[in-house]
Design a binder for this molecule. Structure first.
Ligand SMILES: [Zn+2]
Length: 201
């Protein structure tokens, strides 16, 4: 998927930003010659000849305004992204985006969710959208714990078959409980790994 600027002056907000990641590369914007304060232009992502999404970019001094509409909800987003510049070895300056979430200097921003962020924040945001799975599993496991007369918490796995409960029923509960705990723990591990990655930067 490649980005391409039409260069025409745009007045309305861009439309159809997809929920998939759309890489916005500041080097391409700079090469297009459109990254000048006061300019406003549309930028499209294409697959083959087909435009799959587009945004409107308004350039100010040391910042850009990204305007687009979410395809899923139709919500209009107007996001301010600060720019930074570093001197080039042979003169001139190189422009960078400042990730609006973590403040890191990056060349490419992605819009996998609602806003454009760096690649790391993008995967973290995506993971938190999916967090429902692990949380749901832990909650269901807790429910089973309760049925078995144990303390809640997926790491409380003590205690055997409650008095009066038939073995087949108990074993069914136990198997389901263990399966849910596995999902909950895997999800927890995945989230911790992503947070660690962000902290390591
Ligand atoms: Zn970031």
């Amino acid at each position: 998927m490649g980005g391409r600027g039409s260069g025409r002056q745009a007045t309305n907000c861009g439309k159809d930003v997809t929920e998939e990641s759309t890489p916005l590369d500041i080097r391409k914007l700079a090469r297009s010659g459109l990254l000048l304060p006061g300019r406003s232009f549309s930028w499209q992502w294409t697959v083959g000849d087909r435009q799959v999404s587009g945004i409107t970019i308004r350039v100010a001094v040391q910042s850009v305004q990204l305007c687009y509409q979410r395809r899923s909800s139709g919500e209009s987003i107007d996001q301010l992204v600060h720019l930074q510049s570093t001197p080039c070895q042979f003169g001139g300056a190189r422009q960078w985006f400042t990730c609006p979430t973590c403040g890191k200097r990056v060349a490419v921003l992605y819009a996998r969710g609602k806003y454009f962020t760096c690649r790391t924040c993008c995967s973290l945001g995506y993971a938190s959208q999916k967090e429902g799975l692990g949380d749901r599993s832990s909650r269901q496991a807790n429910k089973i714990q309760k049925r078995l007369g144990r303390a809640a918490g997926i790491l409380h796995d003590e205690g055997g078959k409650p008095k009066g409960m038939h073995w087949p029923r108990y074993l069914r509960f136990k198997a389901e409980h263990d399966r849910l705990v596995q999902i909950g723990l895997q999800d927890m591990g995945r989230k911790l790994g992503l947070i660690q990655k962000l902290l390591d930067q």
